[in-house]
Design a protein around this ligand. Structure first.
Ligand SMILES: [Zn+2]
Length: 456
């Protein structure tokens, strides 16, 4: 039944095989190779949710303002700006100083048939040392894809405002669902939702980004343009047209999470330092810092001159791009060593979930000279401690009067970005070449040119 009479069915067999191969190939191509994965209705509906309100103050870690007020100022500016675009309907989840439950916010968005809920927040950390912006998105497949693409635009905007980027992230609760209620409740009602944490109100440099009403409004205007870019909107009154913007969104799958946005509960796998050169008479040392985390991005480092007993304040991880996940191998760190100090140097690398790994210790046997000039540079974080997450008990305080060190991070290599470029070109080229080949082959087989198909 199966084995004989191959010749008469040869042509259709070849054809079926080709079709199967083609389907297999298409299945392996990402569901959305480019552009926006989400398809909104004719009119885009956006709900802006000013976080907290009423009795729910949000963070009060900055004496000058409460989070619930900051979020309102930002949300109102976002509302005004976004309302100036065509083809969009904008709503505020609250306009009064009232405390809505997370479910009520989600239900409001679902009632409006929202394409997106943007929950506006400001951040604070237990250590008061963290700085930068982050966006939380859903871990449910489709909503994850939409959230990731939108969050990318939010992050691009925030980077332009000078913010350090802490990442686009997900967080899981004990039931394996989205940890953050407003995301979980919205997604349960079919509304894509994200939380934007604009900056840390309890960290000196970050607080400078939100300490005036103008700053708080700037975040809202930035978010409005992120929405407009994501949905490809235009505004005659603002004179901007983002119709083509969605083509710049990163590739996402509708079934798989973006690996670097997955919840990461393990610290970086490795952090090592290596001496490049010590300048004893100048009170200066150069070292190579290397670290890796296969799960999430590296976002900060700290350094210590006493083997880890006291550490510098958090520094931005200077190489790599959290929006592309492309990292250089490491960086060259220059430290200034105070007069008379014989240092034991080590470095900690922090990932996007604030977990760190400490490097090996470089022991010196000779004291450094010439450090009086350091006193001037000591404004950088003197007396501030950067203790995060995993190991608070062990860390002593920065000794009083210890001149602080001014590091300079310089990338070591940029090889990975060239490789990425070639890969991204290939990704688009291969399917096109394959398709042309298939069409030509099928045409050839059916045009009578294929002898095997003409055996009768
Ligand atoms: Zn908040």
């Amino acid at each position: 039944m199966w084995t004989l009479h191959a010749a008469p069915v040869k042509k259709s067999c070849i054809f079926m095989t080709l079709v199967l191969l083609f389907l297999l190939f298409m299945a392996s191509v990402p569901v959305h190779a480019a552009g926006r994965a989400q398809e909104p209705g004719d009119k885009v509906v956006v709900v802006i949710d000013p976080g907290h309100g009423g009795e729910n103050l949000g963070t009060t870690q900055n004496a000058a303002y409460m989070e619930k007020d900051l979020t309102m100022t930002t949300a109102l500016a976002m509302y005004d700006e976004l309302s100036r675009f065509e083809g969009v309907e904008v709503y505020l989840a609250r306009t009064e100083d009232e405390d809505l439950t997370l479910k009520e916010r989600a239900e409001f968005a679902a009632e409006k048939d929202a394409d997106l809920l943007v929950s506006i927040h400001y951040n604070a950390s237990e250590s008061h040392a963290s700085f930068g912006s982050e966006v939380w998105i859903s871990l449910e497949p489709e909503y994850h894809a939409y959230g990731y693409q939108f969050a990318t635009v939010v992050m691009r905007q925030l980077r332009d405002l000078g913010m350090h980027l802490r990442g686009i992230k997900t967080r899981v609760d004990s039931k394996g669902k989205d940890y953050y209620g407003v995301i979980r409740e919205s997604v349960a009602l079919g509304v894509p939702a994200v939380i934007v944490e604009h900056c840390h109100v309890d960290q000196a440099e970050d607080a400078l980004h939100c300490d005036t009403e103008e700053d708080q409004r700037a975040f809202g205007i930035s978010d409005a343009h992120a929405v407009a870019k994501y949905f490809g909107l235009k505004s005659d009154s603002l004179g901007v047209d983002y119709s083509d913007y969605p083509t710049t969104l990163p590739d996402v799958s509708l079934t798989e999470m973006v690996p670097r946005a997955k919840y990461d509960d393990t610290p970086p796998e490795a952090c090592t330092i290596e001496l490049d050169e010590a300048f004893y008479s100048e009170g200066r040392v150069l070292l190579f810092v290397n670290a890796s985390d296969k799960d999430s991005n590296l976002i900060y480092y700290t350094y210590s001159l006493d083997g880890g007993k006291t550490v510098s304040k958090l520094q931005a991880w200077p190489v790599g791009d959290i929006l592309t996940g492309v990292y250089e191998e490491g960086f060259l760190l220059e430290l200034e060593i105070p007069d008379g100090v014989t240092p034991d140097i080590c470095v900690r690398a922090y990932n996007a979930y604030d977990l760190f790994t400490e490097s090996n210790v470089l022991h010196f046997t000779q004291a450094f000279d010439g450090a009086e000039s350091q006193e001037e540079g000591s404004g950088q974080g003197q007396g501030e401690l950067a203790i995060e997450g995993t190991d608070p008990s062990e860390d002593a305080e920065m000794q009083d009067g210890t001149p602080l060190l001014v590091p300079a991070g310089t990338p070591l290599s940029e090889k990975s970005s060239a490789v990425e470029d070639v890969l991204s070109v290939l990704r688009y080229l291969i399917p096109v070449v394959f398709l042309i080949f298939m069409i030509l082959l099928i045409l050839y087989l059916f045009s009578g040119g294929g002898h095997s198909g003409q055996t009768r």
